[in-house]
Design a protein around this ligand. Structure first.
Ligand code: GLC
Length: 424
């Protein structure tokens, strides 16, 4: 990856994913058409009644900025084939459905807030007549499913796919990030999958490089590009490949569903989400946190409340996340480190009684404070030979720095201790 392409991405660390489309009207997960084997006729009412009167791109951009996010990624087309921009290649678009080019509204709003512009684009298209039925397709269990493929020509679909990517990368200004989704080469249930060749991935990536040379492209074309995209799980160490660090971004949901799922109550707590963010940054990764606007295009109140709490935490702790990354010190059991320049940040996932013991930091720290209120914290170096008394800690390994803590945990989602490192 070119260093220039990557700089803003490493700096931002935290982005917003937005899954919005006619599946949001169905309100039962973005895969509802496949999960419920819905026919085009079953699915059509969601298109015909798509009225995103409360989709407010400017508010969404402000919300992302207030939550501490540096970039946003909007679904331009998901697997159902519905397009949120004014595509000349199909009438299955938001312009046809409601007269609005939502991608245009979105890119304008992001730029007005100084946010980087990301687009998500599905390689899959269950609406396109030439996209062959496979083990993900809504028609896969139909009696005539195999016969359906006889007239289908993936070459024509590839032309459509590349043509639509060309529209998005030439008609909406500078695009900073493109999230393709997704390649599934493995066979399943007697159906072939779709590997990189199904998309002509090499040519599609070359088209991206030609049209938007500075744009980041993810790994889901099925060929290497600029960054890898673990999903709905947390890596446990910085991702490496062939001995070199991988650029990675974990995409996460608020409740397990990317698209609006009205009856899904698996909402993650703001504390867990902030811990996941800190965890990602501690391993030199980004977190892309998803929101699924509802059938009218608005964020659900439960999601707004979660983002409000995260935003409040980020306003106090942004320096421990934005521009920060992995720290080469062994973290204590209570949390994870991130580092930005001469500042080491300890994100505490549990609050110990009285003392924190930090191996390897004795003589390395010239000031310690709680980041939320800037309050000084006493530190000491425990002498390994010191006889333990009943009131002072001892028995720590040589080189340990002990930080003295107040009994009461600060009232923030995740307390952070900022350690200012000495010169060396
Ligand atoms: C998976 C899901 C898709 C979602 C994507 C987000 O590929 O199938 O619905 O958009 O993850 O990364």
């Amino acid at each position: 990856m070119g260093v220039m392409r990557q700089a803003w991405f490493d700096e931002a660390r935290f982005g917003m994913f937005v899954h919005f489309g006619i599946y949001s009207v169905a309100a039962r997960h973005e895969w509802v058409q496949s999960y419920e084997r819905l026919t085009e006729a079953d699915y059509r009412p969601y298109f015909e009644n798509f009225d995103p009167d409360r989709f407010d791109a400017a508010a969404l951009a402000r919300r992302a900025k207030e939550t501490g996010m540096g970039y946003v990624v909007l679904t331009t087309k998901h697997h159902d084939g519905f397009c949120l921009w004014d595509s000349a290649l199909t009438d299955f678009t938001s312009v046809t459905a409601c007269g609005r080019d939502l991608v245009r509204e979105y890119v304008d709003a992001l730029r007005a807030e100084g946010l980087k512009v990301g687009l998500y684009h599905s390689l899959i298209d269950w609406h396109h007549p030439d996209f062959t039925v496979d083990w993900n397709h809504p028609r896969r269990d139909d009696a005539d499913a195999r016969a359906l493929n006889e007239g289908r020509d993936m070459a024509r679909y590839r032309e459509y796919l590349h043509g639509q990517v060309q529209e998005l990368l030439t008609q909406y200004g500078q695009i900073d990030y493109l999230f393709f989704d997704f390649t599934y080469p493995e066979e399943r249930d007697g159906w072939a999958g779709k590997g990189p060749d199904a998309w002509d991935a090499e040519a599609l990536l070359a088209l991206c490089r030609e049209l938007q040379p500075e744009m980041l492209v993810n790994d889901r074309l099925g060929i290497p590009a600029d960054f890898v995209t673990p999903e709905q799980y947390q890596p446990t160490s910085p991702l490496m490949k062939d001995g070199k660090p991988e650029i990675w971004e974990a995409c996460q949901t608020l409740n397990g569903s990317w698209g609006y799922h009205r009856d899904n109550m698996d909402q993650k707590s703001p504390t867990l989400l902030v811990q996941m963010l800190a965890d990602s940054v501690s391993m030199d990764g980004n977190m892309l946190l998803n929101v699924g606007p509802d059938g009218r295009g608005a964020l659900a109140p439960r999601d707004e409340r979660t983002l409000d709490e995260i935003g409040g935490w980020m306003r106090l702790h942004r320096d421990a996340i934005i521009g920060a990354g992995h720290a080469a010190f062994p973290p204590p059991r209570e949390g994870v480190y991130t580092r930005r320049g001469d500042r080491l940040y300890l994100h505490l996932f549990s609050w110990p009684l009285g003392f924190l013991h930090l191996p390897g930091l004795a003589g390395r720290v010239r000031f310690a404070r709680l980041l939320n209120d800037g309050s000084w914290l006493r530190t000491s170096v425990t002498d390994p030979d010191q006889q333990a008394s009943h009131m002072t800690p001892a028995g720590e390994v040589e080189g340990t720095l002990t930080v003295h803590l107040p009994v009461r945990r600060p009232d923030v989602l995740v307390p952070v201790i900022e350690l200012t490192l000495t010169g060396e």
